[in-house]
Every structure is written in structure tokens, then in C-alpha cells.
Design a protein around this ligand. Structure first.
Ligand code: HEC
Length: 207
């Protein structure tokens, strides 16, 4: 390489570094959830996410997801932990669904179309960094997660009335050993107090 080319390269790297640092330091990148990514950024982030999920889920064994017992057991836990973000038959929107970016997928519409069952299991167990998707494996057993996946798979064909019946028929059993055994046994009481402001928003809201 000629000396002049090396000088140009060093200058280019220098300017890029200073520009990059400036963008970070002066807060030019807008971190607000209301400021959407460019399409190219979204595509890149989704590629990173999907490749990571595929490689992590490669060796997982999938149980029988058509098992009626699993579907029934998954219903009340889905209602307690997932519907406030991912919605459900008869629940058309929620504050979390509207406010999160990326927006949670509407699971009763697309079921398991986006990922294979093993990949869905990995996502639910481990969560997704830099999105609102929590890791549910901390308090839920693998079986409880598979129960919810069986339920999500069945969700497309469940009517709002059936959904209400199913979530009332079962007991919400998440959290290993029950709520008393968890680090935060009173989180339901607290969340009830916090959300009471929105009681008058209408039936479509779910907390
Ligand atoms: C606080 C909101 C929130 C809660 C509660 C939540 N999720 Fe998510 N979830 C998200 C977001 C946001 C994404 C999308 C991340 C992305 O776009 O990459 C997501 C992604 C997913 C995905 C992968 C996307 C797909 O289309 O397959 C699955 C599956 C999923 N969640 C299942 C669940 C289940 C099951 C529960 C309950 C145990 C749950 N989520 C609770 C916010 C939430």
C-alpha cells in the first residue's frame, strides 16, 4: 500500500471514531421508544435475534403439544403472565401492548407461526434482550413453559368466550413452589394498587 493511501485510511478511521463518539456523547441517538428504528436497523436487529434463537434452540426436545391437559394448564398462566402484553381472544389492546417498542406480537393471531416450538420455548424461558420480553424460566419450570406453548398453539381457534372459561377453569400456578416461595411473594398486591387508575378504561384492558 502507498504511503498516501495509508494516510487517507488513518484519517478516515480517525474521523469515523470522533463522529461515532460525538453521536453517543451528545445524545444524538434518540433512545425513546416512540422514535422508531430505520428499516435497515430493524432488519439487522431481527436477523441477530433470529440467528441467536435458532442456534440456541437447536437441541431441544419438543413434547406433545396437542395434549389437552397441557393446553388447559397453560391457559391460566398465559392469562396471568402474557396477555397484558401479547393480548388474547377478546382482549384487543392494552397499555403495555401500545407502549412497548418493539411491539409484542399478537400471539392469538399468529400462534406459533413465527418460530418453531423449540425456538419459542427458548424465547419464553430466556427472554429477549433490549425488548420488553422477560425471561420466564426464572420462576417457571420447563413443563409450565411447554404448557403455555401448547396453549399458544391452540389459541388461534379459541373464541373469547372459550378463553374466559379456560382461564377460570384452571389455577394460575406459575412460580416454582407457589407465590409464597418466591422472592417477591406480594407482587400481585402491589401491581393491583398500581394499576387501579385505569379501572375505568373499558373492558378491553387487561392487567
Ligand atoms: C412486558 C411485556 C411482555 C410480557 C409480559 C410477555 N412478553 Fe413475550 N414478548 C414481548 C415483546 C416486546 C416481544 C417481541 C420482541 C421482539 O420483537 O423481538 C415478545 C416476544 C415473544 C415471543 C417471540 C415472538 C413470536 O412471535 O413467537 C414469544 C413466543 C413470547 N413473547 C411469548 C410470551 C409468553 C408465553 C409470555 C408469558 C409467559 C410473554 N411472552 C410475556 C413482551 C412481553
Amino acid at each position: 500500500m502507498k504511503i498516501s493511501n495509508i494516510k487517507t485510511l488513518i484519517l478516515f478511521i480517525g474521523i469515523s471514531t470522533v463522529t461515532g463518539f460525538g453521536i453517543v456523547w451528545f445524545g444524538i441517538f434518540n433512545i425513546a421508544a416512540t422514535d422508531k428504528h430505520w428499516d435497515i436497523t430493524t432488519n439487522l436487529l431481527e436477523l441477530v435475534r433470529d440467528r441467536s434463537i435458532v442456534s440456541n434452540a437447536a437441541d431441544l426436545q419438543v413434547p406433545d403439544l396437542g395434549d389437552k391437559n397441557r393446553i388447559a394448564k397453560g391457559a391460566p398462566n398465559y392469562a396471568a403472565m402474557c396477555a397484558q402484553c401479547h393480548l388474547a381472544p377478546g382482549i384487543k389492546t392494552s397499555e403495555l401492548f401500545e407502549g412497548l417498542y418493539p411491539q409484542p406480537p399478537v400471539l392469538y393471531k399468529h400462534g406459533l407461526d413465527a418460530h418453531k416450538p423449540a425456538e419459542t420455548f427458548w424465547v419464553i424461558k430466556n427472554g429477549l434482550k433490549m425488548t420488553g420480553m422477560p425471561s420466564w424460566g426464572i420462576y417457571n419450570s420447563d413443563d409450565q413453559i411447554w404448557d403455555m406453548i401448547a396453549f399458544i398453539k391452540a389459541l388461534k381457534d379459541i373464541s373469547p368466550d372459550e378463553y374466559q372459561k379456560m382461564i377460570k377453569a384452571g389455577k394460575h400456578t406459575h412460580a416454582k413452589g407457589g407465590h409464597g416461595a418466591t422472592a417477591k411473594p406480594d407482587h400481585h398486591e402491589k401491581s393491583k394498587a398500581k394499576v387501579s387508575h385505569s379501572d375505568d378504561h373499558g373492558e378491553s384492558h387487561q392487567h
